[in-house]
Design a binder for this molecule. Sequence first.
Ligand code: TRP
Length: 527
Amino acid sequence: MTEPRAQWKSKMGFILAASGSAIGLGNIVMFSSNAYKYGGGAFYLPYFIALFLVGIPVMIAEFGLGAFTKKSFPMAMRQAGGRVGEFAGWFAILNAGLITMFYVTILGWVVGMLIRAIAMEDVSQGFAPGNTVWSDLIRGWLPVSAVAIVWGLNILLVSKGTKTIEMAVKVFVPLMWVAMLVLVVVGFFLPGGFDGMQNLFAPEPEVLFNPDVWRGATSQMFFTLSLGFGVMTAYASYLPDHSDHSHNAITTSLLNCGFEWIAGVAVFAMLFAYSQLPASGTLGMMFTVVPSGIAALPFAVKIFGVAFFALLLIAGLTSSISLVEALVASLQDKFQMPRGRTLAICAVVGFLGSTLFALPILIQVPAEGGPPGEAPIGLMLLDFMDHWAFGYGLILVGLVECLVIGWGIGAQNLRKFINQRSRFQLGAWFDVLLKFILPILLTLLLTFSIMDQDILKETVYGTGITTADGAGLWNSLVEWSPKLILGLWVIGCGLGAWLLSGATGADLDDRAVEEEVAEIQEEGGLL
Ligand code: TRP
């Protein structure tokens, strides 16, 4: 490409964009929901270990890779690990694309709730415990239009690449912090709120012996820090040459986790004040439990109802645009397509996918232990895709990227490149971590969870849904949908990545990395 690569205007712009990508829906409710599920205060231990052992080192590696190659993820991985690397790179981008499709669907529901909250006369009635606002919403067609709005916003914010992204995050990210701090202060002064906060810190150490808790903490870490999406590499490829990558990675990670802890405190305070135990999955937490807590506030219910959904929307948008940018940049780096057209194609495909997950047609789901219930098909498909793309995809990508970077570029070479520009010097531990410890650890985690959650269960995740009358073509399609989603994930990401990595694109000198590495080594021995 003859055009020079775009650059962030300032270090601040980059940090805002990277932390805006990291801080999203996952920070506001997923952390609290996991912390409750996995034993309150005890969850902090695996979470902290995952942050320092996996999160920060992988973030340094993803930033380093982008800065070292000045390429978005697939081409950067190609430079590091040849065709295999590029395959893994596209796999990551496509897997993240599937996650973005349902992430935008959830944002569509957020828009729907926001509209309801604005229009509602008395939010405290509408959002009260037992309310059906959300379940009514997802049983209608409004979310499909809302999904179109969210994709429209994504197009707008990514249209001029770093320029528009930087403009958006300068407004949105500080706004998110203010909104969150206000929620904490309110939570603190609620009757019983302080006790609720303490619940978050009450340890239940038995849970530490449950391997599922460690898997939960690790997946949460990848998702919340936007690792394994190929996003951080794309963002770092727009940095000026002499940026301090270790410092950037640590700042971004701590900003993200700081936000998450504050959100946890706010949510726990509010829920315990109103005896709304957060015993609910992420979606239930976001759309019913927290709104019921807000409905019971003694004052300003409407303002908080509207503010909560507005917060979710802007936090989610600054995350989704990061993947849209990473995807567009990847296609541009490979095929040198014009930006506008690339963005339009991605948005149309993304919109169709998000629409699938927003489909309100009702089907029968087997309820564990109870009578079967009804649910919209879109919601079920979303849950199945989440199981594969989020549950396994991100850790799988993390595993392969550690191997490709650790052995392809050579962790010691990347470390040297980073250290030359950094105040904080990475030690040899970084190499050992990237080359051995993380690959072994992530392989163990993946093997454990695939055995535990899939292979030993002997059925495809989600099997058992049917239509009301249980007959006809539509019924067969519904019954087959868990397998179709698994197929879409495997074939969409696997075959897609194979085709894209095999296609002829930009001339890439596969020897470039060897030369760069040689140069690094010449400039004095390894540290
Ligand atoms: N980190 C985000 C969160 O915590 C998730 C996320 C990151 C994301 N990048 C994304 C979601 C790209 C969709 C698309 O919520």
